[in-house]
Every structure is written in C-alpha cells, then in structure tokens.
Ligand binder design. Structure first.
Ligand SMILES: [Cu+2]
Length: 169
C-alpha cells in the first residue's frame, strides 16, 4: 500500500508540475506553443459521427448520437481541415459561434438497410485565439435527445454532440 501511495504521490507531483506549462497565463507558454506548431502548415482532423446504436454510452446506460473526437487544439494562422465521416442517415453540425460552422451531410439509406456514410470536408483558418464551445444545432439523438441537452458549459453534451476547441494565439 505504501508503495502505491508513494507512486500516486509521484504521479500527482508530475501532473502538478506539467499543468502550469500548459496554461495560457504562464511564462514561456507562447514560445512553447510556437515550438509545438513549428513547421505545421496545415492541420487535419478526421471526425466520426455515430448514430445512437454506434455511439458512446451515456449516464443512462443507453447509446447516444456521438461526434468523436470532440475536443480540438488549433492555432491562429494555421489552416485546419476537418474531414467528417457521418455514419448516420441524419444531418448534424459542429457549430462554434465566432469560429466555425460545419454542416454535416447525412449518410444515404441503402436498399439492404445499411447506411452509406457521407463525407464532409471543411477548411478554415482561425483568426482569433480563445476557447470555443461547439455543439450540434440539428435536433438529433431521439427519442430522448439527451446529447442535445446542456453540459455545464452550454448546449449539447460534451463528448457527444458538443465539445471544446482551444485556439492558441
Ligand atoms: Cu447532432
């Protein structure tokens, strides 16, 4: 037990030491971000939209409509392309007011009952640093619509039909 506790203490110290370097208001952050993005001329994220049966399980034990991954890190002046693969036959969106608005095309219902995924690509260049919330504005995740209910930080459940985008300056 003592070994486990001291191991945890070491891990805790490690985390505590690592966190300040990631905060915006700490000395050295700007140069660390510049170094991390050095040579990056274009970012690419592939995102998957999964309908209820495929999506992650929520606190109610049921699968829910999910867009994954849902948290992103961008850089002012660095173009980013989102490639969104939609396995659902319904439309969705990734709407971040003041930053981006991706309207996601629906997949196609096939005669054998399967859904042919739709691929939507969206490219833009962030111009404003900050933390942005995105959420889906298309009513989805029926019948409960839980994925569209509010997280602590606004509309849509983070990790399902909402998330955050950090844009470094
Ligand atoms: Cu949606």
């Amino acid at each position: 037990m003592k070994t486990i506790l001291s191991t945890l203490a070491v891990l805790g110290l490690g985390l505590a030491a690592a966190q300040p370097a990631l905060a915006d208001n700490q000395p050295g952050t700007a140069s660390a971000v510049q170094a991390a993005f050095a040579g990056v001329t274009h970012q690419h994220y592939t995102v998957y939209v999964m309908p209820g049966g495929m999506g992650f399980v929520g606190p109610d034990g049921q699968h829910h409509d999910t867009i994954s991954p849902s948290f992103f890190v961008l850089k002012v002046g660095v173009p980013v392309t989102f490639t969104v693969v939609n396995f659902d036959d319904g439309s969705h969106s990734m709407t971040a007011p003041g930053l981006m608005n991706i309207m996601i095309a629906p997949g196609t219902d096939e005669s054998d009952g399967s859904i042919k995924p739709a691929v939507t690509t969206y490219t833009f260049t962030p111009t404003t640093a900050g933390e942005f919330k995105w959420h889906c504005v298309v009513k989805c995740d029926g019948p409960s619509h839980w994925s569209m209910s509010n997280s602590f930080n606004g509309p849509g459940q983070d990790g399902y039909m909402a998330g955050l985008i950090k844009v470094f300056g």
